[in-house]
Ligand binder design. Structure first.
Ligand SMILES: Cc1cc2nc3c(=O)[nH]c(=O)nc-3n(C[C@H](O)[C@H](O)[C@H](O)COP(=O)(O)OP(=O)(O)OC[C@H]3O[C@@H](n4cnc5c(N)ncnc54)[C@H](O)[C@@H]3O)c2cc1C
Length: 292
């Protein structure tokens, strides 16, 4: 059913939009495929509603995903944990498969905003939004996760490495819905660390770092993903290279890794200059490597 808000005479800060609440993914995808209409999915609404109220977007139609049971749930599938797009952060925090197999996610979830936001915000919403200061895109990059996209023509999978393409930009086409994310399970020898610097607990990070490594002495298969520094979360491949094959007490390798951060682009924002961000990234690198 589609309700036309303008036709009902509601007064709202957001521009008028039509609203649909399909019960199945198939119906939702058909609505997204309507030619010539600007259609946006609605998940937790924690980012989309402010965007509408500030009139930064004016879609013709909102497709509410909240009644679609196919988009929820956390399933253990061989070497992967598959998380439905409409899974709330709060559900991830209490999930047994996440606690057991995705310790980096478990560790980082309390850093995402506050409980009220985590009760509504969804993993799919964060992935689709691609906020450069958000934790989830960085975590999925560090964990080498895959984003599962659905459209009326079928499904496709995009590696997190290729999904986040710019400031609030992703490889998702407008006719696609993020259906799920698939995250490789952590097996015995892998270690994880996460840290971020914020002005107050629960704020978006000024700079954050998610790290994974296969072995710690010497380091192998290190992945270092910084967020809050540029238009998207970024891996520092040069810093990884400086540290891989080295031990944690190798000060020269640590120095080279710190210098290698210069290869990343650090953008100034309202809170900090690019040089402050670079300094904070170096502080986090030291802390996180110590933890690993
Ligand atoms: C006060 C406050 C503080 C916050 N602090 C943080 C923070 O510290 N860290 C952090 O990461 N986030 C933070 N957030 C954002 C919060 O995590 C958002 O909820 C989340 O980023 C978006 O998820 P959502 O489910 O609310 O998506 P929505 O707001 O519903 O949607 C966001 C965007 O994604 C699209 N979308 C949603 N779901 C899908 C889907 N399945 N497929 C395709 N497109 C989709 C929508 O069309 C919209 O463009 C904060 C929000 C608030 C209000």
């Amino acid at each position: 059913m589609i309700v036309t808000a303008g036709g009902k005479g509601f007064r709202m800060k957001a521009p008028d939009f039509d609203y649909a609440c399909p019960k199945t993914l198939r119906e939702a995808l058909a609505l997204l495929d309507e030619n010539g209409r600007d259609v946006m999915p609605l998940a937790g609404g924690q980012s989309l509603m402010p965007v509408l109220n500030f009139r930064l977007a004016a879609p013709d139609l909102l497709v509410d995903l909240n009644a679609i049971s196919e988009l929820t749930g956390i399933t253990d599938q061989n070497d992967q944990i598959v998380i439905g797009a409409m899974t709330r952060y709060a559900d991830l925090e209490t999930s047994e498969p996440v606690t057991r197999h995705l310790p980096l996610l478990k560790q980082a979830l309390p850093f995402i905003a506050h409980p009220a936001i985590r009760n509504r915000g969804t993993i799919g919403g964060s992935v689709a939004l691609a906020d450069p200061a958000a934790e989830m895109p960085a975590l999925l990059l560090a964990l080498d996760a895959t984003i599962i996209l659905a459209s009326t023509t079928g499904e496709r999978q995009v590696a997190a490495d290729n999904f986040f393409t710019g400031l609030y930009e992703t490889a998702r086409r407008p006719d696609e819905i993020v259906k799920a994310v698939s995250v490789p399970k952590a097996f015995g020898a892998r270690r994880f660390a996460f840290d971020e610097l914020t002005r107050r607990h629960g704020d978006y990070a000024m700079v954050g770092l998610a790290a994974t490594v296969r072995a710690t002495s010497p380091f192998q298969e290190l992945r270092l993903v910084f967020f809050g520094i540029a238009d998207r979360a970024l891996r520092s491949v040069d810093a990884e290279r400086a540290l891989n094959g080295r031990t944690c007490d190798d000060q020269q390798a640590m120095q080279r890794a710190t210098e290698a951060l210069a290869a990343l682009s650090f953008d100034s924002d309202v809170h900090s200059s690019s040089s402050t961000k670079r300094h904070l990234a170096a502080v986090l690198l030291k802390r996180v490597m110590r933890t690993l």
